[in-house]
Design a protein around this ligand. Sequence first.
Ligand SMILES: Nc1ncnc2c1ncn2[C@@H]1O[C@H](COP(=O)(O)OP(=O)(O)OP(=O)(O)O)[C@@H](O)[C@H]1O
Ligand SMILES: [Mg+2]
Length: 250
Amino acid sequence: MAKISVDDLNLFYGDFQALKNISLNIEEKKVTALIGPSGCGKSTFLRTLNRMNDLISGVKITGDLKLEEQEIYQKDVDVVSLRRRVGMVFQKPNPFPKSIYENVAYGPRRYGIKNKLQLDSIVEKSLKKAALWDEVKDRLNKSALGLSGGQQQRLCIARALAMEPEVLLMDEPTSALDPIATAKIEELIVELKNEYTIVIVTHSMQQAARISDETAFFLMGELVEADKTQKIFTTPRDQRTEDYVTGRFG
Ligand SMILES: Nc1ncnc2c1ncn2[C@@H]1O[C@H](COP(=O)(O)OP(=O)(O)OP(=O)(O)O)[C@@H](O)[C@H]1O
Ligand SMILES: [Mg+2]
C-alpha cells in the first residue's frame, strides 16, 4: 500500500527546474532508497515530502502529493503537524547542545507534555527504539555533544521517533560515520521499518542493496526508474540505471 503518492511533481528553484514530472509511490512500512549522481535532485525530492523546501525562497512546486488521504500541498495544511507525521534525519548528526535527555524530550515538551514521568517514558522508549538506550542510560543528563558521531546520529533518530512520526526521511544518514557506526544505523533502519515508512537517500549502492526494499534512480531531475531493489540491481529496465548501479556511469 502506498503511504505517500507523488504524481507529476515538478519543482523549480527560480528558473531552474530541479525535479521533472516525478511520479512515485512510497510503500508503507518499507525502506525506499533514493539513488543517483550528485545534483540529480534526491535531497530536493526528499524535502518535498514534508515541505522542507517551503523554507527556501523562490521555490515553485506543482503536482499532486498525498500522505494517505492528506494533500501535502493543500493551502490549509498545518505544516508543523505534517512534519510531525513525516520526520527527518540529516546527513550530519545535529543534536542540540543540551543533555541527551533534553534532546529527546524537547519535541514532546513543545507539544505540551509536561509530566515528568510521561517524558521519562518517552525518552526511554525512543532511545530504546533507536538502539541507544544501553549506551546512554547512565548518562542521560550529560551533554549530547559528548557522544560519538554514530551515537549522535542514533540520538537524532531517537529525537525524531519521540514525535511518533509515521514516515522517517533520512538524507545520507551514514555518510559522516565510520563503517561500524554505519552498520549499526543500517541494522536499526531494518528494525524500524516494522513500524515506520522510511525513505533514505544514499550514495552507497551497497547500502541501498542491503537495506532497501524499493529503489528509485534519479538522473538530472528525472526519475529514471523505480522498482524493487532486487530488480534495480539485477535486471533494471533502463540502460542508464544499469550503467549507474554497475559503476559504469559518466
Ligand atoms: N536552494 C537551492 N537553490 C537553487 N538551486 C538548488 C538549491 N538546492 C539545490 N539546488 C539545485 O538543484 C539540483 C538538485 O540538488 P539536490 O541537492 O537535490 O541534489 P542531490 O541529488 O541531493 O545531490 P547530492 O548527492 O550532491 O546531495 C542541483 O542542481 C542543485 O544545484
Ligand atoms: Mg543531497
